[in-house]
Design a binder for this molecule. Structure first.
Ligand code: SF4
Ligand code: SF4
Length: 295
């Protein structure tokens, strides 16, 4: 099971949910926690892993041999990211814009381009409370987070329950993080902003064909519009977490609530049961749909 935990916007409590769920499962399952929020990872603050290894992550960037270059402009033409500018007798590569796709080197007729690695961040691996913990740290000022997210996801172990802590939003880093997940839990709050961003996240997951469920955090504030939206869209609400002073105090101290309360541990285990049931139901519907299409 690959479970992505995401949210249309930041500050909804996504990491708190992911951390508590991982800890609640750890007793009965082998769990891997993959923190893909590489621009601002914070799950390690709560799980406090012992890190055992650190690896650099890099992307290939073009280096042009101007002795071979004829300034034909082919590389500029094939670059979808405007990362190369070619002049009459000069060529410039903008490394920060380069996605490392390799097209320019492949299409250069003079073989004037070689690819050299450019470091974009690190991948750290460790163990926390018996959970395999992996996260990425993007270099300051670096714009290319998807390749680092891919490097972090490259450490996934399919024999384990994998919990992916996705970055907030619905842009490229989120798509890279949740792609390939069996199910996505969207953490939201019952406010107009929460509803707007939840609706964008649901649309994104539909495009990616990933079934989703919703957890409403601080469920006793705001209004019922998030509930109404979920009912209308057929997205199951799998858990409500009320606004709770004790939870907020533990959060401020970097303490997961399931380590302090067996009631909350049971609640998060109950959430897992609902997630697997919703995931199985979605998989069943998908099989039915494919059979109808084939028949
Ligand atoms: S495609 Fe090759 S030869 Fe043409 S401008 Fe680019 S680097 Fe130079
Ligand atoms: S590797 Fe791809 S993104 Fe980078 S400069 Fe070449 S064509 Fe553009």
């Amino acid at each position: 099971m690959i479970l992505a935990i995401a949210s249309g916007k930041g500050g909804t409590g996504k990491t708190t949910v992911a951390v508590n769920l991982a800890l609640a499962l750890e007793e009965n399952e082998e769990v891997q926690y993959i923190d893909c929020d590489v621009e601002e990872p914070n799950a390690h603050i709560f799980l406090k892993p012992d890190f055992g290894s650190t690896e650099m992550a890099s992307i290939p960037n073009p280096e042009v041999d101007e002795n071979k270059c004829t300034y034909c402009g082919k590389c500029k033409e094939v670059c979808s990211f405007n990362a190369i500018a070619v002049f009459k007798d000069n060529i410039l590569v903008f490394s920060e814009l380069c996605h490392g796709c390799g097209s320019c080197a492949y299409f250069c007729p003079e073989k004037a381009i070689t690819e050299v690695p450019r470091d974009i961040g690190i991948v750290e691996k460790g163990v926390a409370h018996g959970i395999d913990f992996i996260h990425g740290l993007l270099n300051p000022g670096e714009a290319m987070s998807p390749p680092l997210i891919d490097a972090v996801k490259g450490e996934m172990d399919s024999q384990k329950v994998i919990i992916i802590d996705a970055p907030p939003g619905t842009s490229c880093p989120v798509v890279t993080s949740v792609k390939g997940a069996d199910f996505c839990l969207l953490v939201t709050e019952p406010t107009p902003f929460g509803l707007n961003d939840l609706s964008l996240a649901v649309q994104m997951l539909r495009k990616l064909d990933i079934p989703a469920g919703v957890l409403i955090n601080r469920a006793d504030i705001g209004d019922k519009r998030v509930e109404d939206f979920c009912r209308r869209e057929g997205v199951p609400v799998l858990m409500h977490i009320p606004f709770d002073e004790e939870l907020a105090k533990l959060y401020a101290k970097g303490e997961p609530v399931v380590l302090h309360s067996s009631i909350w541990r049971d609640r998060f285990r109950g959430l897992w049961t609902k997630i697997t049931a919703a995931s199985d139901a979605a998989a069943g519907k998908e099989t039915e749909r494919k059979e109808v299409d084939a028949g």
